[in-house]
Design a protein around this ligand. Sequence first.
Ligand SMILES: *Cc1c(COP(=O)(O)O)cnc(C)c1O
Length: 384
Amino acid sequence: MTSIPFINLKKQYELLQADIDRAVNTAVSATKYINGPEVGQLEGELAEYVGAGHCVTCANGTDALTLVLLAWGIGPGDAVFCPTFTFIATAEVVALRGATPIFVDIDPITYNIDPADLEEKIVAVKAEGKLRPKVIIPVDLFGLPFDYERVAKIADDYKLLILEDAAQGFGGVYGGKKAGTLGSAGATSFFPAKPLGCYGDGGAIFTDDANLAEVLRSLRSHGSGAEKYTHLRLGMNSRLDTIQAAILLVKLAAFPNELDLRQNVAERYERALVGVLPFVPAVPGGRLSSWAQYTIRVPADLRSATIESLKAAGVPTMIYYPGCLHLQPAFAQFGGRPGDLKKAELASNEVLSLPMHPYLTADEQKRVTDALLEGLASAASAAG
Ligand SMILES: *Cc1c(COP(=O)(O)O)cnc(C)c1O
């Protein structure tokens, strides 16, 4: 039996092939491989799409986060609040700057940062008096924009900056505002598996702050000023390749339709699974998910057996994420212990992401949900 692809980049390429091949050939023959005209054009179109004043592209989503922290001067002695249930890059960039990531629990329904726990953690850091609270990095996990209203209120009350990690959220919407614009700055990623992906690594930062945008443009190019070999500050080599920009221009044009298709796929999953599984993804009113992932929950003790039987039926699944960041060896210096952030820890033991991409067919989805329900039932009876 042939396997269903978890994401189907080949199908997407086949549909866009004529335009992508033409765009790549044009970029290659023009030989402006760094900062070619496609890069500026893409920045303009991305800024317009999300409704941001400025877009600064860079080499990847991790650098997008790093560049903003550099621009804001975040370093030793600063506290940066982020969810513990996310990809490591969200907090890695904080610790690499010498600042301290303060891990926050999640809302068990949305998987995003829990505003109540966030406020408790901010109050605790202030009371302890050792670190200066500076930044919140909320994540649009699995494509769902974070609870902007409550987090923005907290940021306002405690005078903190919001850096939105929209690596998975590109295309998502919160109350009419697009993901990437839900903070003082927003970072996104064009890693191939993200909702808008290129054919390698890529990233972008969105902001309405013209000064910040100017500093980011300098930082991504070794801190250079108006003259190329005058360096105003220490920076990075983090530019988006012209070829990737050319590919992204084609993919961005196809993106709104793909977002609609993803929405249809999510709705079909929901119809098959709601009421059958205890947890299917729920999108709070006023928000739209970009459906970077479709993540359900299964009982922790049945998860491995369920995954195995899905695999045998040709249905790939992924666990995003099998461990919380406060328990990762890389962050051991910050002293996280099992039981510290219980809702996130439970989620990491129960989550299971199903195949999700715009071109998933109803028949394929039926295969997924049939195999899932059979797998769960047989895992349950084996467990007695
Ligand atoms: C993918 C991802 C990143 C990093 O993006 P890269 O382009 O791979 O560097 C950061 N945060 C989250 C939540 C991500 O999913």
